[in-house]
Design a protein around this ligand. Structure first.
Ligand code: SF4
Length: 260
């Protein structure tokens, strides 16, 4: 972190906001990748997303949401039937248990309606701060910071935090970034983690954040090897945005599995 070793708190805030603006330009397609049409559906999908990919969850939820439409439906569900539907997402017994209990508690304490307050959400079975912030930000329009594995890794690489604890990271980033940007920032950081700033080999030489990132050099800095590391449907656009020849991006990048 030598590059920004003498940074003042106000300098850090300015750099963090500049990084956030660059992320917005880099990932105009960032969004919540879980399919849902109601707050309850998003809460359920987020619970199911533990230890699996959003793509896998989206394969399972159409059948689930068709069968269970309300909190009462979840409360009254047949355990074996639900387990069968959830099996492809892994940990299906624990997830079924959470959904049955969630339905029952929503019925008992909230009239079957998912609450829109953080403290009430985190008191529900299967819902931690991460899930609660996803639901608040994306289903209720209340700004929320979602600290998942990508957000934790990238905010440390950005030098915004020097911290592993998700709750502490959430509060530190909340101090740096304007509240109205929290939800979209979360999506953009996660997109950057999946497509550019990978855990093992980040594509530093093809990264739009190179000038503002103290961890530049963690991955290859030459354009050719870095461009090969870009992933996802916009891999060539990402190269162009970073000033790298898009021809260096292999055609397979668009189909390459992004980091979950
Ligand atoms: S410069 Fe490298 S470490 Fe920094 S955000 Fe970009 S890919 Fe990640």
């Amino acid at each position: 972190m030598k590059r920004f070793a003498r940074e003042t708190p106000i300098g850090l805030k300015r750099r963090a906001r500049k990084t956030a603006r660059l992320l917005a330009e880099t990932h105009p397609d960032a969004h919540c990748e879980l399919d849902f049409s109601t707050p309850l559906e998003l809460a359920v999908a987020t619970i199911l997303s533990a230890q699996t990919t959003d793509v896998r969850v989206n394969q399972v939820t159409p059948r689930l949401f068709l069968k269970y439409r309300s909190a009462a439906d979840y409360a009254a569900a047949d355990r074996a039937e639900m387990e069968e539907i959830l099996r492809p997402t892994g940990f299906f017994r624990a997830k079924t248990d959470s959904l049955l209990k969630l339905g029952a508690l929503l019925e008992e304490k909230h009239g079957g309606v998912l609450p829109d307050k953080l403290d009430e959400l985190v008191a529900l079975p299967g819902i931690g701060r991460k899930t609660a912030n996803v639901v608040l930000g994306n289903a209720f329009g209340v700004p929320g910071i979602t600290v998942d594995t990508h957000f934790r890794r990238l905010t440390n690489r950005f030098g915004w935090v020097h911290e592993d604890d998700p709750v502490k990271i959430e509060f530190l980033v909340a101090d740096l970034i304007e509240k109205r940007d929290w939800t979209m920032l979360s999506h953009r950081v996660i997109f950057h983690g999946r497509r550019v700033c990978h855990s093992r080999k980040p594509a530093c030489g093809a990264c739009t954040l190179a000038a503002v990132c103290p961890s530049y050099g963690t991955g290859p800095t030459e354009a050719a090897p870095a461009a090969k590391l870009l992933k996802g449907p916009r891999a060539r656009d990402l190269a162009v945005a970073a000033g790298v020849d898009p021809e260096l991006v292999p055609a397979s990048a668009a189909l390459a599995a992004e980091e979950p």
